[in-house]
Design a protein around this ligand. Structure first.
Ligand code: GLY
Length: 318
């Protein structure tokens, strides 16, 4: 039986390496998603997810996450989570609740604490310094403060034919207190149906949630389209529509996998992603948007690109 995972951004790589071993050993897609995203949340140099994520405009780290089970459509989600070490673990736990399965703000830490999950201060010195630097830049210029909405999001298929997906994000850097994006919103940041496939997103949440693109990608797969056809049609049709109707469209990148382990991606910006299947060892790719609304150009990330990435994310903050 085929199995596999696909995830947004280079930062997913170490997590996918662990998740794909779960799947190779006949583990569940649920476990693969939680194990993989937890690793990303714990790495302090990823500035848009988990520990080390950049804070909001008042210096507080507020995190969003979601988990979905494609067998029974169970969803758990958190938004504006503070001081909870692993939002994805709490989201997965919430997905088993019949009621109260989407918690926001203080309610997340209260639930996590009651259920015995680890709490911690999620603000690193590095993230605090980046925030202080941005405040200083903003006091000197009129530049938009917003930046960095890179969500880790992924879809997994296990050997039993079950599919799951998950997301985790600190959202927009310098966001307003209480702001949330697409990542915890079903149909926008994620959607999965084990009888069809799944899709997840990264990009500007305020625009992504206008198109419900993860749901639309899965719906298109159900009509017989391949993951590449479905995700490209859903994404690029809406990018064009938003540009026409609103005059602009934020960054959109989506990944998709069907229940055969076939995959696809769509993007309107340069974007890295990771894939691993029973036929492909974990591989980091780069996708470049097409000039028109065609398929992106996809290439394996070079050693030079990977070295430059690692140097950039770990460079000292002055
Ligand atoms: N896509 C993440 C966010 O906008 O918060």
């Amino acid at each position: 039986m085929s199995y596999g995972m696909i995830a947004t951004w280079r930062m997913a790589y170490d997590g996918i390496r662990v998740g794909i071993v779960d799947l190779a050993n006949c583990g569940s897609s649920q476990k693969a998603i939680v194990d993989a995203i937890k690793i990303v949340e714990d790495y302090p140099f990823y500035k848009s997810v988990g520990y080390g994520g950049l804070p909001n405009e008042v210096g507080l780290v507020e995190l969003d996450a979601a988990f979905m089970n494609g067998d029974n459509f169970d969803i758990g989600a958190v938004a504006g989570s503070r001081n909870v070490k692993n939002p994805i673990v709490v989201a997965e736990k919430l997905s088993h609740e019949r009621f109260n399965s989407f918690l926001v703000g203080d309610g997340v830490a209260k639930y996590a604490s009651k259920e015995g999950f680890e709490l911690r201060n999620m603000l690193t010195e590095r993230a605090k310094k980046t925030w202080e630097n941005r405040l200083e830049e903003m006091s000197k210029s009129n530049l938009s403060p917003y930046d960095g909405h890179d969500t880790v999001s992924m879809v997994a298929l296990d050997q039993h034919g079950s599919m799951s997906c998950g997301t985790s994000s600190s959202g927009l850097f310098m966001k307003k207190e209480g702001r949330t994006g697409d990542s915890p919103l079903s149909g926008s940041g994620f959607y999965v149906d084990s009888e069809i496939g799944g899709a997840t997103a990264t990009g500007l949440g305020e625009d992504l949630m206008k198109g419900c693109l993860s749901y639309e990608t899965v719906r298109l797969m159900s009509t017989g389209l391949t993951p590449q056809e479905a995700v490209n049609q859903a994404t690029m049709t809406f990018v064009k529509k938003l540009e026409r109707r609103k005059g602009k469209c934020g960054a959109f990148s989506l990944v998709a996998m069907n229940n055969q382990g076939e995959w696809g991606v769509a993007t309107n910006v340069e974007f890295s992603f990771v894939v691993a299947t029973d036929r492909l060892s974990p591989t980091i790719y780069l996708a470049y948007p097409a000039e028109d609304d065609g398929y992106p150009t996809i290439e394996v990330a070079s050693h030079e690109w990977l070295d430059a990435y690692q140097a950039r994310i770990t460079a000292p903050i002055k």
